[in-house]
Write a protein that binds this ligand. Structure first.
Ligand code: ADP
Ligand code: MG
Length: 435
């Protein structure tokens, strides 16, 4: 075929302009000669007269050759949606998807082509897809790992106060990690985790992270709500992958926030699929199929009363620890800690600690932020940075209300009326309702 063929075909078409096979032949010949613009015109012209599948494939091929892969794919998708069984369509579609780096879809298309003709083999496409598939799997795994895994730069020294919580963590999970042989010698079973609960912003996440720093372990932090929502229908796989990530990175602290997301009292958790998910979570927690040795499990929730009681059985979250708003001593040490790297004049930490009853650690962060913003604004007038003073923090306290009261309003009801086996005694003691 050559230039003359084209001329002959064009000449013939003049006499029978509606001869579609002839026009297709012309278009195909143009493609072979790489005269893509002309081929596009012919195919489009055919399609304006008839809904011809060959013309559609031809047009898609033209777009593919021109590097316009998305248009090529759109045309092919329409054909596939209409139930085509034409193998060439799936092959071209797989190639188009590969060009667009849509690897999973490309593999699927190629597999559909092979289902039509098991003997079909396209060596180049096959090997490219195999390579990409491997890279793709590694890439998503890495993304997954990086998203949840960190090496913390804080330890218990960076946590103001919280002495009881530190002690509980020390006894329940740090000691067993450091001296497993002693525990074994006394026949004491290692395992299970600590569940921290309390009002938001009072240091649950923070101390979990510091625990990892304390024992020089990695920190894996996940929020159960994220796991459940991120990949709908994939929750079980992800739950398993998180535990596997922890198992592959021991020693580590596995921090699971919003544990109540799997709470039985949430209405949408009553379905059997959710029950299944809870069971799987408990199995992972129990380390039934895989050992959890070297993993310190810390859970956290703001609403422990939504938690399925099965979570609290021995070997699971059998220590449940109240993380209260910081007391005056803790507030003073949080203030000192947080101000240590700021430009400060003389600051009477005690006075501010006294004025911040019911403020959470996060509230204290906010107060310091507000004071600094004010200072910055003052500095703009003469360009001289001025250090923070006590009065700056006091006026910031007035601008920021404590955030923990609301939580106690709810918590009090549960502690008074649903306090099975004294689970929430710490709340009552804290509220001075009970000694
Ligand atoms: N005891 C503490 N010592 C130092 N900073 C604290 C303390 N408690 C809370 N904070 C600060 O408050 C912020 C919020 O705490 P966070 O751990 O996220 O609260 P929670 O997880 O309980 O909602 C932390 O990032 C930290 O800066
Ligand atoms: Mg938190």
């Amino acid at each position: 075929m050559n230039e003359n063929t084209i001329e002959d075909l064009r000449e013939a078409l003049k006499y029978s302009p509606d001869n579609i096979p002839l026009q297709l032949l012309l278009a195909e010949t143009l493609v072979t000669l790489n005269r893509l613009e002309e081929a596009e015109i012919e195919y489009s012209n055919i399609l304006s007269k008839s809904n011809d599948i060959k013309a559609k494939i031809g047009l898609a091929t033209v777009y593919f050759k021109k590097g316009n892969y998305s248009t090529c794919n759109v045309i092919l998708e329409e054909l596939i949606d209409n139930g085509t069984k034409e193998i060439n369509i799936f092959i071209l579609y797989a190639k188009g998807l590969l060009k667009e780096e849509l690897i999973a879809k490309a593999i699927e298309a190629y597999q559909k082509a092979l289902a039509i003709d098991p003997d079909y083999f396209d060596e180049e496409l096959d090997s490219q897809l195999r390579q990409k598939e491997v890279i793709e799997v590694i890439a998503t795994e890495e993304e997954f790992d990086n998203r949840f895994l960190e090496k913390p730069n804080i330890n218990f020294d960076d946590v103001g106060g919280m002495e009881t919580v530190k002690k509980e963590i020390e006894l329940k999970i740090i000691k067993p990690l450091l001296h497993p042989e002693l525990y074994k010698a006394y026949g004491k079973k290692i395992g299970g985790g600590i569940l921290l609960y309390g009002p938001p912003g009072c240091g649950k996440t923070y101390i979990a992270k510091a625990t990892a720093g304390q024992v020089n372990a990695k920190f894996i932090s996940v929020s159960l709500n994220d796991i459940l929502d991120m990949w709908i229908g994939n929750s079980e796989k992800n739950l398993h992958e998180i535990f596997d990530l922890a198992r592959n990175n021991t020693p580590c602290v596995l921090f699971i926030d919003e544990i109540d997301a799997l709470g039985a009292s949430r209405s949408d958790m009553k379905q059997s699929s959710s029950r299944h998910l809870i069971n799987q979570f408990l199995q992972e927690l129990d380390g039934i199929n895989n050992s959890n040795e070297g993993i310190l499990i810390i859970g956290a929730t703001n609403t422990p009363w939504n938690l399925d009681p099965a979570f609290r059985r021995p070997g699971r979250f059998d220590r449940i620890v109240f993380v209260s708003p910081p007391d005056i001593i803790t507030r003073a040490s949080i203030l000192k800690l947080k101000l240590s790297d700021k430009p400060i004049g003389t600051i009477d930490v005690q006075t501010i600690a006294k004025k911040t009853q019911q403020y959470s650690g996060a509230d204290i962060d906010a107060i310091i932020d507000i004071a600094i913003e004010q200072k910055l604004e003052d500095s703009f007038s003469d360009g001289i940075p001025k250090p923070l003073e006590t009065k700056d923090l006091i006026s910031a306290v007035k601008k920021h209300k404590p955030s923990t009261q609301e939580w106690f309003t709810t918590a009090k009801n549960f502690a008074m009326f649903a306090n099975d086996s004294g689970l929430y005694d710490d709340i009552l003691t804290y509220m001075k309702i009970k000694k």
